[in-house]
Design a binder for this molecule. Structure first.
Ligand SMILES: *Cc1c(COP(=O)(O)O)cnc(C)c1O
Length: 225
């Protein structure tokens, strides 16, 4: 089942890339394992999945220990991170996708032992319930990170609104792409901002058409498994 689901997802990724005249090498699928246990995560690793994500600190640490023997796995923390938990996780991950405040950046700067690849989270539609900076705040925030030598802004991340129409999804993802280009065009050494973390099970083909370089996929991998 997992194999079939993964094959189907890969095919959809290839199709979306073709449609957008992009190379499928430019899109990395991250498997979001928050809804499954470590046994299934292990199966994924055995099938060659090398990018794994969790949205909770304790669960990521638990999976990482269970999958210790797969040394090439890259670990992504994709969920909101509380400042008091930074210390326990920041040196265990390869990417952090939810940098959403200066206070959190300060804590990461204090606790990280090496430079951490971070995505700045953007709340493109300005929904009240969501984490992340408003689009118009992003450049200012990134400029404030100039002296934070432990933080590298590799890209921007967003979560599209639930149940949005295809048109709205295209708009949200293309806005994030424009913002990413704007940051990238500043040529800041600490913020290359070449990546776009956007697209989940229900909307990843649209995100890829609009420029996603990392898609975060959970449900679609485990359907029926
Ligand atoms: C759960 C989660 C995903 C994956 O969502 P699916 O709809 O299951 O693919 C992606 N990103 C974040 C931040 C998540 O919390």
């Amino acid at each position: 089942m997992l194999v079939d689901n993964l094959e189907k997802i890969n095919q959809e990724i290839r199709l979306a890339c073709q449609k957008a005249s992009r190379s499928d090498n430019d899109v990395t699928m991250i498997a979001v394992t928050k809804s499954v246990g470590k046994e299934i995560a292990k199966e994924l690793a055995e099938l060659g999945i090398e990018n794994m994500a969790e949205n909770r600190v304790d669960k990521l640490l638990e999976k990482k220990v269970a999958l210790e023997s797969f040394s090439s796995i890259k670990w992504h923390l994709i969920g909101n991170l509380q400042r008091r938990k930074v210390k326990s996780i920041i040196n265990e991950i390869d990417y952090f996708h939810a940098l959403d405040s200066l206070k959190l950046a300060e804590e990461i700067q204090k606790r990280a032992e090496k430079q951490i690849s971070c995505f700045v989270e953007v709340n493109v539609t300005g929904e009240e319930s969501k984490h992340g900076f408003k689009s118009e705040e992003v450049l200012d925030f990134i400029h404030q990170l100039a002296d934070f030598d432990r933080i590298k802004v590799v890209g921007l991340m967003t979560m599209a609104p639930l149940n949005a129409s295809e048109q709205v999804l295209h708009e949200v993802f293309s806005k994030l792409k424009k913002l990413q280009s704007a940051v990238n065009n500043q040529h800041l050494s600490y913020a290359p901002c070449t990546e776009l973390s956007m697209g989940m099970s229900n909307d990843f083909p649209i995100a890829i058409e609009e420029g996603a370089t990392f898609v975060r996929i959970g449900t679609a991998i485990f359907r029926g498994a």
